[in-house]
Ligand binder design. Structure first.
Ligand SMILES: Cc1cc2nc3c(=O)[nH]c(=O)nc-3n(C[C@H](O)[C@H](O)[C@H](O)COP(=O)(O)O)c2cc1C
Length: 367
């Protein structure tokens, strides 16, 4: 195993000062009845802080729109009770020496959740579609769009007010912002649509500008992006480095500090002719800090895990090779930290025989 000291250097950017380069990836857990994070949720995040995760990103937590969620147990990031729950979370994380940001989220047009719960109003998105040919909700009006942008801004302001260290906007994985990015789900003919990705980025840009306005210049703002969607794993929004630059540099200009580049496998090259991954290219074309993610330390990817597949621990050598080369600044880790709050310490101390991998049992409770 290569020396992993690269992972254990501190990182500072504006409000964010973290002791190592490991980020807990945002992971929906659905343990917040009626959208209110419980004491168990606070204890779960506290354990990751005690386990010396550098930065914890919360599970996706939804903004103040009636139809922003398809699951009543996904936490809200609005309303007195939910925000009191989050206050307890961040107090616990800070008192254990950790740092944390909420991932603020609007799901957009969704399939109904298996619980049968539905929001009080129809799902909403750019054109009523969550994938080609699947019309499951309303097309947002100008007033809906303006109110949604304002709700993202309020959530970011609340994140800062409660004492979080940064905020992440969920712009990935086929949810609302991504439904605007993707030409297959954004068929609008107004200023929020268009033939090109930069045109379809207008909604995201307005969200970012509002978030930046609410939190000020010195608070770190992250956006999570993905080329893939659940409806199309091989999808590319940007087909070339030039298209990537035309997509993300306007997002940086609008106020993004860090791009969190979601891949299922971090070692997959993003474009032909280079082994750079998504985070590597995003850093190269924007000059911004980036986070990589996807099967770090595991031999199987996360969507297969939803189907019940287990994963075994795997070497970090390839990750460290890329990090030593300067491809990205931070590394997000999902399932290993969901299953084991002590993963970071085991990695640091090279206690490889104590790594436990991931099995679907870990989904069932907050360990
Ligand atoms: C149970 C679970 C829930 C997830 N929920 C979210 C989420 O709320 N927001 C998000 O951006 N990604 C979510 N993801 C994706 C993870 O953040 C991460 O990108 C993915 O698991 C790949 O990392 P890994 O291979 O280290 O697990 C989720 C993944 C899992 C396993």
């Amino acid at each position: 195993m290569t020396a992993n000291s690269t992972l254990f250097r501190p990182f500072s950017l504006k409000s964010l000062n973290i002791k190592n380069r490991i980020v807990m990836a945002p992971m929906t857990r659905s343990f917040s009845p009626d959208g209110i994070p419980t004491a168990d949720v606070a204890a779960y995040y506290r354990k990751r802080a005690e386990g010396e995760v550098g930065l914890i990103l919360s599970e996706g937590t939804v903004i103040d729109r009636v139809a922003s969620s398809n699951d009543s147990a996904v936490p809200h990031f609005y309303g007195e009770q939910a925000l009191a729950g989050w206050q307890n979370v961040i107090n616990n994380v800070h008192s254990a020496g950790g740092k944390m940001g909420p991932q603020i989220w609007h799901m957009g047009i969704m399939d109904n959740h298996h619980s049968g719960w539905v929001p009080a109003q129809p799902f909403e998105g750019p054109s009523g579609l969550n994938r080609p040919g699947s019309n499951k909700g309303n097309t947002m009006t100008d007033a809906d769009i303006a109110d949604t942008i304002a709700a993202f801004g309020r959530a970011a302001a609340d994140a800062k007010r409660l004492g979080f260290d940064c905020v992440e906007i969920h712009g990935a994985h086929g949810y609302l912002l991504d439904q605007f990015f993707w030409g297959e789900t954004n068929l609008r003919t107004d200023i929020y649509g268009g033939k090109t990705l930069p045109e379809r980025s207008r909604f995201a840009i307005e969200v970012i500008k509002e978030v930046r306005k609410q939190v000020g210049e010195d608070f770190a703002v992250i956006i999570r992006l993905s080329q893939w969607k659940p409806a199309s794993y091989d999808n590319k929004l940007a087909h070339t480095p030039q298209e990537l630059e035309a997509w993300i540099n306007p997002l940086a200009d609008a106020g993004v500090d860090i791009f969190h580049c979601s891949q299922r496998r971090f070692w997959d090259a993003e474009f032909e002719g280079s082994d750079l991954n998504f985070a590597g290219w995003a850093k190269k074309v924007s000059g911004k800090s980036t986070i990589t993610v996807g099967s770090v330390g595991l031999n199987g990817e996360f969507l297969a895990a939803f189907g019940g597949a287990s994963s075994e621990p795997s070497s970090l050598d390839e990750l460290l090779r890329r990090m030593d080369r300067g491809d990205f600044d931070l590394v997000a880790v999902g399932r290993p930290l969901l299953a084991d709050p002590h993963w970071v310490q085991k990695i640091r101390d090279q206690r490889n025989d104590e790594l436990i991998g991931f099995s679907k049992e870990a989904f069932k409770q907050l360990i």
